[in-house]
Design a protein. Structure first.
Length: 239
């Protein structure tokens, strides 16, 4: 039986007793059928990961006592995904997979061809948190409020941004790696005026993801995976 991992933003330290959130208590008791004494793991990106034991559980209340630290915190390389707002199911799936691939920040953006008019930040943040618990990473990516694409770009301070561009001449993505950020447009692609605006911005480079037209969520996972693997290779070489 796998040991449940719980993200907790409270300070974590050996010997501390930490209250569970109502959602965590409900999940442990109702879904996982755990009882006091059950083995747990508690983690966050600031303090690392700790062994823990469930000390109390009743409906939507509970607590755990922390044991020794098992993993020290380690700052991951910045990796940001800008993704045009998609329909709920596709957006949820993309955020989950972006978390698994190491995204440190996920920014839903609004473009002219977006079908969705907004993204539910609270729900997406919860999805990112659950994905971090499952995939054994320490930190949970920050999910931004949805904003207009041009507003995000006007305040850009994130280094090179690779824009997945369809039907325009662009260099292959692999030739542009490593890079710290990826922009993926909506179903149907970017509006021509948006592509012209991207081309005028010196920090944006158009990148091709291959000869086929991909769904937006597929493009996000394929592109982000390539960026993540390139950054990981650099870390391995540095070690």
């Amino acid at each position: 039986m796998s040991i449940p991992r719980l993200f907790h933003d409270a300070p974590l330290a050996d010997g501390a007793e930490v209250a569970l959130t109502p959602a965590q208590a409900h999940h442990l008791g109702t879904v996982l059928r755990r009882a006091p004494g059950a083995e747990l793991r508690a983690f966050n990106g600031r303090d690392g990961e700790f062994a823990a034991a469930l000390t109390a559980l009743r409906k939507d209340r509970g607590a755990m006592r922390l044991g020794p630290r098992l993993r020290a915190p380690a700052a991951p390389p910045p990796l940001r995904l800008l993704l045009a707002c998609l329909k709920r199911e596709a957006m949820d799936w993309a955020v989950e997979k972006a978390t698994e691939l190491g995204a440190t920040r996920i920014s839903p953006v609004l473009t002219r061809r977006c079908v969705a008019t907004h993204a539910n930040r609270e729900r997406l943040q919860a999805i990112a948190r659950a994905a971090a618990e499952q995939c054994e990473r320490l930190e949970v990516p920050e999910v931004d409020e949805s904003r207009l694409l041009h507003a995000v770009l006007d305040g850009w301070e994130g280094g090179t941004l690779l824009a997945a561009a369809e039907r325009r001449a662009a260099r292959p993505l692999h030739a542009l790696l490593p890079a710290p950020a990826l922009l993926v447009g909506p179903e149907g692609g970017f509006d021509p005026a948006e592509l012209d605006d991207l081309a005028r911005r010196p920090f944006v480079t158009s990148a091709s993801l291959g000869p086929r037209i991909l769904r937006a969520e597929t493009a996000a996972v394929a592109g982000l995976g390539a960026l993540s693997f390139a950054l990981h290779a650099i870390e391995v070489e540095a070690d």
